[in-house]
Write a protein that binds this ligand. Structure first.
Ligand code: PLP
Length: 243
């Protein structure tokens, strides 16, 4: 397993570099986040020891279960799954960023808990750019209003936008959902809605990594291509299922 993970990581870095080269981008503009749902703490450790740092978890339970190993390693943990409001307090114990901010009630609860702790938090707003019912995230048409609304929360540092693109065997079917995230980001910056000059795009997974980089991704979230298939039967984007 160890050799396999190390080999796969090299492959993924090669893919990122190739994709950057093809599109004239600098690989330093694209960060790799390891999507580690269902991956054991020991396998995550192998990746961290090769020099990775950033990991993303989808479920509170997994953050808690792996913490005894991960807290001693040099990692930065992000939350990338659907977050129930009643789990905010617990999740904040482990993560420095929530990439799945998708509703005002969640922003309010985050702000409340962060104020209590006297700290702030990086966030990405998750957008449902594939228009699939099964996916979480704000409808694209509501993003600008939402960005204005969350400006009131000084504890939340808006870092960018996140999407789970449409996955399909046909590349050209996948591209529009990635382009859309970029368009929304550009509109926010052009209109200076968020009072900032830079917002990152978190998009690209094992299947659409190259396309996402071509469309401007700054942060790719990769699970399967590094740790293998999860054999779940059902994909877990969210933290409601199987807990
Ligand atoms: C699982 C997951 C990924 C990674 O998907 P792979 O296809 O395994 O690379 C990326 N983002 C989110 C939000 C995920 O839940």
């Amino acid at each position: 397993m160890k050799e396999q993970i190390i080999f796969n990581l090299k492959q993924v870095h090669n893919r990122i570099e190739e994709a950057c080269k093809k599109t004239g981008r600098n690989p330093s503009e694209v960060q790799l986040l390891l999507a580690t749902k269902t991956v054991s703490a020991e396998n995550i450790r192998i990746a961290i020891e090769t020099g990775e740092k950033l990991i993303g978890e989808n479920k509170m339970q997994e953050l808690r279960d792996k913490d005894s190993v991960l807290k001693n390693l040099n990692t930065e943990r992000h939350f990338i799954g659907h977050l129930q409001t009643n789990k905010v307090k617990d999740v904040l114990k482990y993560v420095t960023c929530i990439q799945s901010l998708d509703r005002l009630s969640l922003a309010e609860e985050l702000d409340k808990q962060l104020q209590k702790k006297g700290r702030s938090l990086d966030v990405f707003v998750q957008v449902n750019t594939s228009f699939e019912e099964s996916k979480f995230g704000l409808p694209p048409s509501q993003v600008l209003t939402f960005i204005k609304e969350i400006k009131q929360f000084e504890t939340l540092n808006l870092k960018g936008l996140m999407t789970i693109g449409l996955l399909d065997v046909d590349k050209e079917k996948m591209r529009p959902s990635l382009q859309l995230l970029r368009q929304i980001r550009d509109e926010i910056l052009d209109t200076n809605l968020a009072n900032c000059t830079d917002l990152k795009l978190s998009m690209g997974m094992s299947q659409d990594l190259e396309l996402a980089i071509a469309e401007g991704s700054n942060l790719v979230r990769i699970g399967t291509s590094i740790f293998g298939n999860r054999f779940l039967g059902k994909e877990i984007w969210n933290e409601n299922i199987t807990e």
